[in-house]
Design a protein around this ligand. Structure first.
Ligand SMILES: [Zn+2]
Ligand SMILES: [Zn+2]
Length: 332
């Protein structure tokens, strides 16, 4: 009998599904690409044909221009070569999917990036029992336990209200995190306009078009300094310490990221208010998901693979590292 999953071949540039002659999240241009979600390290331009959710195709369209895309709705089944394929929600960002592959009586689930806690901007992760679970491990160390999102948002609002002469500048990745922070603020009753840096504008507009309402948003470019006092400003992390921020009224610099668990990392980036808000599974989410799915094997794509591999061994689940290259942690 062939080895479990012998039809799935990991290469440094992505996962090749031989009987479908297709690649998952390839970092090089390919003839056929199945794309889990719109973050730039998973969704690259230049493929001949792309299969992805309609939202992911729309995000790729904003970034790379129109794709020769085949939209795949969540739960819809299709066949490529000799493989039955479907996309189910991964709970990571709008449109993010796990890819379910069935061939030769085996079911393989490629998680892409995922998380288990609620996110008002996207559909929740759907557990699919499988023979092989191919998982990320961005926060695959026991030290990473993300706190409740609501309490982090409350800390942000508390800081904002404590000094109305200042603004709070929140660094958040432009795809997913920025819109999630905005939506979480709205859920906590924050109705004031939120200002944004130009780099998050297109994706905020796209989220709105795709049905995620963000409330009143204003561009910082058209705003006077005094006007922004007492307000929240959202910008990509790269803008936090650049010249652009001089136009803001005495900003308190915050950052929304799972990496803010590491105090040293916050200090190095001059972050005054670290907010631990992550779009990736923390240690408990990773291990609970593996327990729940009870796969025969776990394959780990990227992140801190060692500890998770060790955890699998202790729990008598065969695990291997795929050593894919090109996936970054910076979408967090
Ligand atoms: Zn991602
Ligand atoms: Zn990623």
């Amino acid at each position: 009998m062939a080895r479990l999953g012998s039809w799935i071949e990991p290469f440094p540039e992505g996962i090749y599904v031989r009987p479908a002659d297709a690649w998952i999240d390839p970092s090089q241009p390919k003839a056929k690409a199945l794309v889990t979600h719109g973050h730039a390290d998973h969704a690259r331009g230049g493929h001949s044909e792309v299969w992805a959710t309609p939202e992911t195709l729309a995000i790729m369209g904003v970034r790379y221009g129109d794709q020769n895309g085949h939209p795949v709705a969540y739960g819809e089944q299709f066949r490529l070569g000799e493989v039955d394929i479907s996309f189910v929600p991964a709970g990571h960002v709008l449109g993010s999917a796990q890819i379910v592959l069935e061939h030769a009586g085996e079911r393989v689930v490629v998680s892409g990036d995922y998380k288990r806690r609620p996110d008002p901007t996207c559909a929740p992760f759907e557990p699919v029992p499988c023979d092989i679970f191919i998982t990320e491990a961005t926060f695959g160390l026991p030290v990473f336990r993300h706190p409740d999102t609501g309490s982090e948002i409350d800390r942000l609002l508390h800081r904002l209200h404590s000094d109305p002469s200042r603004c709070v500048l929140v660094g958040a990745y432009a795809l997913g995190k920025a819109q999630r922070v905005i939506t979480e603020l709205r859920r906590r009753g924050h109705e004031q306009p939120i200002y944004y840096h130009g780099a998050v504008e297109r994706l905020c507009n796209l989220y709105e078009e795709l049905g995620v309402s963000l409330g009143e948003m204003r561009h910082t470019a058209g705003a006077k300094k005094e006007e922004m006092a007492g307000h929240i400003v959202i910008a990509p992390p790269s803008a936090l310490n650049d010249r652009w921020s001089r136009r803001l009224p005495d900003p308190v610099t915050a950052m929304a990221s799972g990496w803010m668990r590491i105090r040293q990392r916050a200090r190095q980036s001059n972050i005054e208010l670290p907010l631990i808000i992550s779009d990736h599974a923390d240690w408990d989410e990773l291990t609970c998901t593996i327990r729940e799915l009870a796969p025969r094997e776990v394959w780990i794509t990227h992140g801190r693979e060692e500890a998770l591999k060790h955890w699998c061994m202790i729990h008598q689940i065969k695990a291997r590292e795929l050593n894919l290259v090109g996936y970054e942690d910076e979408d967090e």
